[in-house]
Design a protein around this ligand. Structure first.
Ligand SMILES: [Fe+2]
Length: 444
């Protein structure tokens, strides 16, 4: 029996798990929207983001569509607003001009939907239909809310004004001894066919061959990134791809987003706090092009998506792929910096208990890691339960991000979880680590 089969829950256990996760995600949405006043909730803090009140009602609307109407077979709560909160109908930049629910109405709406959902959860059979097996539809909605909570956290980071969010800092790091870990050549199992709440693009499990390579043990730090800046990395086209350099010129990039020069040094703004750039923290708020340019300057490259996942999941002792770098256990505070417990990445070298079998650290949590792969389906992919979750994005202008950030909830990231965004985006909590080929002698 595999460990995932061990993990299958009976209907009552599924109900308990779902209820607990629904409460946790709502507590976070409430906290992120209660932190600012109503004016702030309806304001657009950046053209890249929706007003926070849009995210809130959109969370409720998706929950209504899938859990109240589809799973529960109940009457609509507010069919009249479906169109307003359909992310495909309105670009983020246009959302503030829509006749959106006010903060009071949005809060009342999400509460009404949630009350019905708890009733549906109590009374629906959680079997007989793939959508509800192991509570999948509920898990999808929990992840959807948590994904929007991370988006709302990114909106908070873009917001101008006095700090309103607070959290303790992570503990100081234990520095790893090795700079790189060796990943041996050979096949491994990528993706999953058994993880109950895995989304369609993570499926199915399939074997992928990966050549031997070296991966940085930890993400690239601010200190290392400062060396790239000091060496004129932003001024030398030779480190950049053609598209990357064109973007660097057009967008006038000179440092990670939210950084500013301060005399001889640098400061950054983090949720309204201006502070010196901490050198031992993973760099965050860089776009794919910046990550790739740094890697080239460092004599390395970004890992591909299969390389990243093999380094994270492959256990050479058993030959199998783990659910998470540290094993099959759900993430705890000892494993990874997740869940907005801290409002910053932890210093590089943190979380020795979260180490992968091959010795890499902080693959899950801290910063999303850009990898050099496009968004494509795995062999045998089938859209489920709707094409708009993944399929419509395949082949678009995206690069993949893996592993989640300090802003990602544990329910919304796994060793197999795949995130994607435009390669120029950097309002997200994105960093990276480097890889390099192994020489033929090393690869043996
Ligand atoms: Fe959404």
């Amino acid at each position: 029996m595999t460990s995932t089969e061990d993990r299958l829950l009976g209907p009552e256990q599924v109900r308990e798990k779902v209820a607990e996760q629904l409460r946790r995600s709502r507590a976070r949405s409430d906290a992120l929207t209660a932190a600012v006043d109503d004016d702030d909730l309806v304001r657009q803090h950046s053209k890249l983001m929706s007003p926070l009140v849009w995210d809130l009602a959109h969370i409720g609307n998706q929950e209504e569509l899938w859990l109240v109407r589809d799973v529960g077979g109940r009457e609509p709560v507010r069919e009249d607003i479906d169109q307003l909160y359909d992310a495909f109908q309105h670009a983020r930049a246009n959302r503030p001009s829509l006749p959106l629910l006010s903060p009071v109405e949005a809060r009342r709406y999400v509460r009404e939907v949630r009350d019905k959902v708890f009733d549906v959860l109590e009374t629906s059979p959680l079997e007989g239909r793939r959508l509800v097996e192991q509570g999948f539809a509920f898990g999808m909605i929990v992840q959807h809310e948590q994904q929007h909570d991370e988006t709302m956290l990114a909106t908070h980071q873009l917001r101008v004004g006095a700090p309103v969010l607070r959290a303790p800092d992570p503990a100081p790091a234990t520095r790893p001894v090795k700079r790189e870990v060796f990943v041996p050549a050979g096949p491994f199992t990528m993706g999953t066919s058994t993880e109950p709440w895995a989304l369609d693009n993570e499926r199915p499990a399939h074997r992928v061959h990966v050549d031997a390579f070296y991966l940085d043990t930890v993400p690239v730090s601010n200190g290392e990134y400062l060396d790239f800046i000091a060496a004129g990395g932003y001024d030398q086209p030779r480190w950049w791809s053609e598209v990357g350099w064109a973007h660097r010129q057009r967008a006038e990039l000179f440092a990670p987003r939210f950084w500013e020069r301060d005399g001889d040094g640098w400061v950054r703004t983090r949720f309204g706090v201006v502070e010196p750039v901490p050198v031992d923290e993973p760099v965050v708020h860089v776009c794919f092009h910046e990550a790739a340019a740094y890697a080239k300057w460092a004599g390395k490259r970004l890992p591909t998506e299969p390389e990243w996942e093999k380094a994270a999941r492959f256990d050479p002792a058993t030959g199998r792929s783990r659910r998470y770098p540290w094993g099959d256990e759900d993430p705890g505070p000892e494993h990874a910096n997740l869940g907005q417990r801290h409002l910053r990445p932890a210093p590089v070298g943190s979380y020795p208990l979260g180490e992968s079998a091959l010795g890499a650290r902080q693959l899950v949590g801290d910063v999303w890691e850009w990898v050099d792969s496009d968004f494509r389906p795995y062999p045998g992919f089938a859209a489920f339960p709707y094409r708009e979750y993944s399929e419509v994005f395949f082949g678009g202008d995206y690069k993949m991000l893996r592993g989640g950030s300090f802003g990602t909830d544990a329910s919304a990231v796994r060793g197999t979880f795949r995130n994607w965004d435009h390669p120029i985006r950097r309002q997200i909590f994105s960093g990276f680590r480097c890889a390099r080929d192994a020489s033929p002698a090393e690869a043996r």
